[in-house]
Design a protein. Sequence first.
Length: 345
Amino acid sequence: MAVASVGANDACPEGHALPNRAADLELAAITKAYGETIAVDRVSLKIPAGTYCCLLGPSGCGKSSTLRMIAGHEFISDGDVMIGDTVVNDLPPAKRGTAMMFQSYALFPHLSVRENVAFSLKMAGAAKAERLKRADDLLALVDMTRYGDRLPAQLSGGQQQRVALARALVTNPTVLLLDEPLSALDPFLRIRMRAELKRYQREFGISFIHVTHSQEEAMALADMVVVMNDGRIEQVGSPREVFNAPKTVFVAKFMGGHNVVPEGGKSYAVRADRIKLARPGEAGAKATVTDVEYQGMTVHVALTREDGTDLLVTLAETEFDRAPVSVGDTVSVGWQPADRHELAA
Ligand code: ADP
């Protein structure tokens, strides 16, 4: 991946209108205090150039505050934000090499699509012909050339999102920051647009830092998932690492699809699809079926083990059909030792 910083008029190696200006981003113990509230508590994180990074966590865990400190829209109470070799703490947003794409897209309703995309170049003092040329290049990149003269209100949600993306990328940022960028879309379009975001991130080769509260979205998009809770990082890893080997009870519960099982004074995570059911008396612990939910491709079986632990088991429909169970049945439950992951206290 090219990391060199090149002038705005150079063609990038992949032949796009924009050069590749990827850079590493580093957060060194950044903290955000709003009066008494510590929204972000000494968060440290290194995001290598060209990474699709998702900040994932429940509402109020500090994701947006972290993003806004990177963008320069929020003062940093303590710690440093570094982009490449530069500490950007005191730089204004436009001088950081970051760009932000907002939830509502924040397009100017009275400006045409082309003028919306060219807007920040106008602010930067670029000549009219140059900025319209670059706006057109970006619109071509997001497949919106023929909509250049329309107003935002004359576009669909997905088209507005592409314009917002073109507008954010027109300044040739090293890092694109996205705050819940898909939340305004209906579920069908959301899945389509997230595939587009991923494709653009790969094509541009810069880092995207994407805030979301959706595990599914983070798993689908991210190279690096950062699970946050209460102003701190719980776990950083690839989607598979975070899902398959959650380190804490919080991550196991938040990612879903896991059972938290206390055994011998410790807590373990066991994926719902790794638990096996057998006839009572066979190897395993005794449990009573408390609920059976048909979900189409899978069947969810809720159980309570003899020691009182509630378990959720996901079975493929065919697997369930081989040995169906009903509420009130007694069964044996068990799992392979390798499917049990110890959780931090
Ligand atoms: P998230 O993006 O994960 O929902 P935020 O970063 O928006 O979380 O908020 C983290 C915490 O900081 C929350 O408790 C929120 O209420 C608080 N907070 C956010 N912005 C402000 C603000 N401008 N003033 C005071 N408290 C705020």
